[in-house]
Design a protein around this ligand. Sequence first.
Ligand code: AMP
Length: 282
Amino acid sequence: MSLPIVRTVADLRAQVGAWRAEGRRVGFVPTMGALHEGHLSLLRLAGQQADRVVASVFVNPTQFGPNEDFEAYPRDEARDAALLEEVGCALLYAPAVAEMYPSGASTTVTVAGVSEPLDGAARPGHFAGVATVVTKLLLQCGPHLAVFGKKDYQQLQVIRRLVRDLDIPVEILAGPIVRAEDGLALSSRNAYLSPAEREAAPALSRTLAHVAERLHAGASAEAAEAEAVAALKAAGFARIDYVEVRGAEDLARLGPGPVSAPARVLGAAVLGRTRLIDNLAV
Ligand code: AMP
């Protein structure tokens, strides 16, 4: 039996409503498709906590900037559906853009504070697009729980904030970052890397790990960040958007001086034409 696919809010609600009426616990994993082991780990985590797991695949145009890769973003629904079925997913929600944004749609969710630095500064409008589509997906699906990856750490904090602020009745779970053997965080965008770029790419995770070590040794955030930017340039990254140590929850600037509170080091840099992001607990 192949995985059922629904494409409308009405059909999604009918299925989830039927499961809820049977007393089933429903988990939800939103994605943009081109699924890899990172996504599948979230589906397995959802499956441990829920009786029925819904995945969505929607490449959300509103979270891409005008010069970003919306058109080029990899899409392969048949492959995604086969992988979802293998990990025990019960339903795929794959709406068209017109279902998600009917003409005349004019409401946007913006999350102040946590969405402003880092990727918020580097990708204007990105988190408004993310916050709006995730709010809609959660309200459309109405799951008991939803799982997001720490790979997109700032996104996770933005979603936690909006769920609290808007009283959306869902539990948010976070999955650990799944990495290749050489440390590169798995990402659908890794498919853009040339063989030479793929070899250089693990420098990002190595550099963030080095920042964490330097902080443990008592270095200031400023010094460790500056060393990291130099290391990424030396490794061949064309543009470094940021390497910053921030408070683990509010992503506020720490310091000056040695870091004592729970912190996260986050980095974003461009290799060839591919923008990579990663982060690590400090
Ligand atoms: P995306 O399809 O890139 O929008 O990602 C969908 C979900 O998968 C998000 O919650 C991501 O944080 C998560 N995700 C993507 N890559 C990874 C990874 N390597 N490890 C864990 N979660 C991931």
